[in-house]
Ligand binder design. Structure first.
Ligand SMILES: *Cc1c(COP(=O)(O)O)cnc(C)c1O
Length: 393
């Protein structure tokens, strides 16, 4: 213990300004959880010279601590990017991209199958902030060129759409966008950042809902925006600072804790989901299995060309003879599958969607039901689906 220079001070001062410092040199695998709003400077000169944009040092808790910088670096590495910013949710990551790259008078192109809150946000930007929005067929490919206007600044893609599962031709969309100087942002959540090398396929900005596979625990809400280009990152950083998108370091720690098993979990979800999907394909109650790895699913050939895996999320269309009342009874009859939003955790989930209300164009018949295949044994999951299907016979 150092000599206690504090001993002459009052109790409240002594409990706040202790002289004790834990010794350096502690080694362990977990990244330390550094909570901070205030970050200390040794003197005024170092305070004045330090920039919040420079990640070689710290300025204020909102811009990061060693804990969040570590997660950002690991996520950038997973996606083979250079820069990463954390946000308080996946939706906040989408908001960050829109606020960084869109202004009043600009135009943005969004796939018609996009994650619904992304559409909600875009419609709000359109109604109240002077941004014009068009929705495109997710399978449009190179024909997106015809939709690009002089004021188009950003094209969103989602690979695949997380409810109806169309796999877009991301390289073709990027080529058309870049020919007109337009940026492409991809919601890469479905692939966990490991089954689709988005930068290699031309994407400029990757968005991830870490809430899903990276967290893996159904207990954290967080997002990330990843780039390779320094100038893009500076625009994102500036918007991030203005919006005050801080994240809690306990949550950052939970994501860091589960990251080493990301690929193992993803592969386990993938294997099990393909077994369940293949079984469903042979069932008379199901007209179509919307799983990108199965032939007949929209964009399957593109998935085969561009992806290295599939994860646990897919949907089915029931035969059109089944009413919503019957398919609701199917979902209610499941025992292992729980009813709830989100995915990427250990527990299997099942949700029916009224998809025709979510889209401009939807031509398929039959009720859509989405499955998140968790980490339970696939034989038990199939048995659960089988008994629930028997309830609607
Ligand atoms: C969940 C999800 C988001 C949003 O993530 P939150 O953390 O729930 O806001 C965005 N995109 C996709 C595809 C998602 O599944």
């Amino acid at each position: 213990m150092p000599e206690n220079s504090n001993s002459q001070r009052g109790f409240n001062t002594r409990v706040i300004h202790s002289d004790y410092e834990a010794p350096d040199g502690f080694g362990a695998f977990p990244v330390a959880i550094h909570h901070a709003s205030t970050v200390l400077f040794t003197d005024v000169a170092s305070m004045r010279s330090r920039s919040w944009q420079d990640k070689s040092a710290y300025t204020y808790g909102l811009h990061g601590t060693p804990t969040s910088f570590t997660l950002e670096a690991r996520l950038a590495d997973i996606e083979q990017g250079k820069h990463c910013l954390l946000t308080p949710s996946g939706l906040a990551a989408i908001t960050l991209v829109n606020m960084a790259f869109l202004a009043s008078g600009d135009h943005v192109l969004i796939p018609d199958n996009v994650y619904s809150p992304n559409r909600e946000l875009a419609d709000w930007l359109s109604r109240s902030f002077g941004v014009s929005v068009s929705y495109y067929d997710p399978l449009i490919g190179a024909d997106i060129a015809a939709l690009i206007r002089d004021n188009t600044k950003l094209i969103w893609a989602e690979a695949p759409g997380s409810v109806s599962m169309e796999v877009p031709d991301v390289p073709a969309i990027c080529a058309a966008a870049h020919a007109r100087g337009v940026l492409v942002a991809l919601d890469n959540t479905w692939s966990g950042g490991i089954a689709f090398p988005a930068f290699a396929h031309g994407v400029d900005i990757i968005m991830q809902a870490l809430t899903k596979y990276q967290s893996g625990g159904s207990d954290v809400l967080m997002g990330a925006v990843i780039t390779r280009d320094r100038a893009l990152n500076i625009r994102l950083q500036t918007a991030h600072m203005r919006l005050g998108f801080g994240v809690g370091m306990d949550d950052v720690y939970l994501v860091l804790r589960n990251l080493p098993t990301l690929q193992l979990r993803f592969q386990a979800h993938d294997q099990s989901a393909r077994k369940v999907a293949a079984w469903l394909k042979d069932r008379p109650e199901i007209s179509t299995v919307l799983h990108p790895a199965l032939p007949g699913s929209p964009g399957h050939a593109i998935w085969q060309r561009d992806f290295t895996g599939a994860g646990g999320l897919f949907s089915v269309l029931f035969d059109e003879k089944y009413t919503e009342q019957q398919t609701d009874r199917f979902v209610d009859s499941l025992k292992l599958f729980k009813i709830g939003f989100s995915w990427g955790g250990a527990h299997s989930l099942c949700v029916p969607y009224r998809i025709e209300q979510m889209r401009q164009h939807w031509s398929h018949k039959g009720i859509l039901v989405r499955f998140n295949i968790g980490l339970e044994d696939s034989t038990d999951l199939i048995a659960d689906i089988e008994q629930a299907l028997a309830q609607i016979a």
